[in-house]
Design a protein around this ligand. Structure first.
Ligand SMILES: [Zn+2]
Length: 176
């Protein structure tokens, strides 16, 4: 297994619709293992394949954030139903240094192929798990959490983030 580099916004791979996975090959299984390891190492509670530079419809999620405690991997996941609305704080491994409140469905039903169980599954989720699913599936559609804000807030947060990113890059260049 390997820890993969996490792609930072505004990389193009984070802005396009990811490709459907036709078959869960050995390479896809290896990618799932590596994505899980990368998520736990970050540490994070979810990771979508575009965040490691692979434009594929694949996510790994663990609301506990603890190694392999409640690991879920889903291939070609979709939100098929949503209910209620809830506002909660989010951040993203691809958008370091930014956290803000995002409105989401309170409960969702998610459908996808479970590569561990080797079958299609439907998962009903609420609270944190529901939020993580919506955030990660957004990544597969080229959206980040800031795209869920109103226009004014979205532009403000993106501008602030890009400035912060430039400073980070300057710092890492200086230390090279
Ligand atoms: Zn994210």
């Amino acid at each position: 297994m390997a820890i993969l580099p996490i792609v930072k916004y505004p990389a193009p791979v984070l802005k396009r619709r990811a490709e459907e996975i036709k078959k869960v090959t050995k390479e896809i299984r290896r990618l799932i293992d590596n994505m899980a390891e990368t998520m736990y190492d970050a540490p994070g509670v979810g990771l979508a394949a575009p965040q490691v530079g692979e434009s594929l419809r694949l996510i790994v999620v663990d609301p506990t954030g603890e190694e392999a405690k409640e690991l879920i991997a889903l291939v070609n996941p979709e939100v098929i139903a949503g209910e209620g609305e809830i506002i909660g704080e989010e951040g993203c491994l691809s958008v370091p240094g930014v956290r803000c409140d995002v409105k989401r469905w309170a409960k969702v039903k998610v459908k996808g192929y479970d590569p561990f169980k080797e079958k299609m599954v439907e998962i009903e989720a609420k609270d944190l798990l529901a939020r993580i699913f919506q955030h990660e599936i957004d990544h597969l559609n080229g959206l980040i959490f800031l795209d869920r804000l109103g226009r004014v807030k979205r532009e403000l947060y993106k501008r602030r983030y890009l400035k912060h990113l430039k400073e980070l890059e300057k710092k890492s260049n200086n230390s090279k």
